[in-house]
Ligand binder design. Structure first.
Ligand code: SIN
Length: 321
């Protein structure tokens, strides 16, 4: 039994066993359809931060049980674009089969970083999954930080990047009404500026907090510099040592720490059926691991342009065409 599990009460049968070098732990000896004691809750909370990903197998529970368990960790957020059951908007219902191919999750990401305060964690439960295929992959972004050279750590310390909901923009369509709706969402979810290196609020570990699904651009860099840097940071999820792969069974529930991990849903099962329920727990603004680096205007030395250029854009302007 791990030290974490030992912190629970004598009566508890909770077990938490580390299952991956950098992230992932198996949780057993608990029935999540029943009320969870405060002591077990505290142990799960600590393990969630420490291991980044918790896997609970054989959890026969209703969607109401899932919602109730999620609420023990904070308020549940409503995803602006993901499918939900209507009556319970905080319950995301992925119902993928031959008539409904999966969308948008086969890309490495942390959930909803287009929000100023992205979720602290997400619970996903399998209700009907294929006998193989449809795994979910995870990467520890704390391990990714620790694996960087001193020089690279120094270089990215204090940088910030813009995130937005770009992946969902095709959902609005090309009609005037679609464009109007998109403008409304852009007002509601303006680009969010997050530190590239965050400090985990529980463990204090440093974490690389950019992802290819939602991150747009590094503040204070021109496009070429930003793309080169972000591509290098995105590629860190591909390091096998930083990864953990969840092989689903019906009634498996997982709970990941959205502050320190990225995930990727493997879309190799289509057209087979894969039904999942998800709840997302609200978070707080990501904490910077370092003070923001001084941001000067992006220079363009090639044409030796005067500083004024950066204010009047050579006469370009909206509505002049
Ligand atoms: C998600 O990205 O929230 C879904 C992950 C999955 O379906 O495995």
């Amino acid at each position: 039994m791990t030290a974490l599990a030992e912190r629970t009460t004598q009566a508890s049968s909770l077990r938490i066993d580390q299952d991956g070098a950098y992230l992932g732990a198996l949780v057993s000896g608990i029935d999540l359809s029943k009320p969870v004691s405060e002591a077990d809750l505290a142990a799960i909370q600590q393990a969630h931060a420490e291991y980044g990903l918790l896997i609970f197998h054989d959890q026969k529970m209703s969607s109401d049980d899932l919602i109730a368990f999620g609420k023990r960790f904070g308020s549940l957020s409503v995803h602006p674009f993901a499918p939900n059951s209507g009556v319970k908007p905080e319950l995301i219902t992925f119902r993928n089969d031959e008539n409904n191919p999966p969308f948008g999750t086969d890309c490495w990401h942390s959930d909803e970083t287009f929000r100023l305060a992205p979720p602290m964690g997400t619970m996903l439960r399998a209700t009907d999954v294929p006998s193989y295929g449809g795994d979910t992959m995870f990467a520890s972004m704390a391990a990714a930080w620790e694996g960087l050279s001193d020089r690279m750590q120094h270089f990215i310390s204090g940088l910030e990047a813009w995130h937005d909901f770009k992946v969902f923009k095709p959902l609005f369509g090309e009609t005037a009404e679609g464009r109007r709706q998109m403008r409304d969402y852009e007002e509601q979810y303006p680009p969010a500026l997050h530190p590239i290196v965050t400090k985990h609020p529980v463990t204090g570990r440093h974490v690389i907090f950019v992802n290819p699904q939602f991150t747009m651009r590094v503040k204070g860099m021109d496009e070429g510099e930003s793309t080169a840097l972000l591509t290098q940071l995105y590629d860190l999820v591909k390091v096998p040592e930083y990864q953990y792969r969840v092989r689903w069974q019906n009634n498996t529930l997982i709970f990941w720490d959205n502050r320190s991990t990225q995930h990727y849903a493997v879309h190799d099962y289509f057209p087979k059926r894969r039904f999942m329920d998800r709840v997302t727990i609200s978070g707080t603004h990501p904490l910077p691991a370092f003070d923001a680096a001084e941001q000067k205007v992006v220079r363009n030395k090639k044409a030796r342009k005067p500083e004024k250029f950066f204010n009047d854009f050579g006469g370009h302007g909206v509505g002049k065409g």
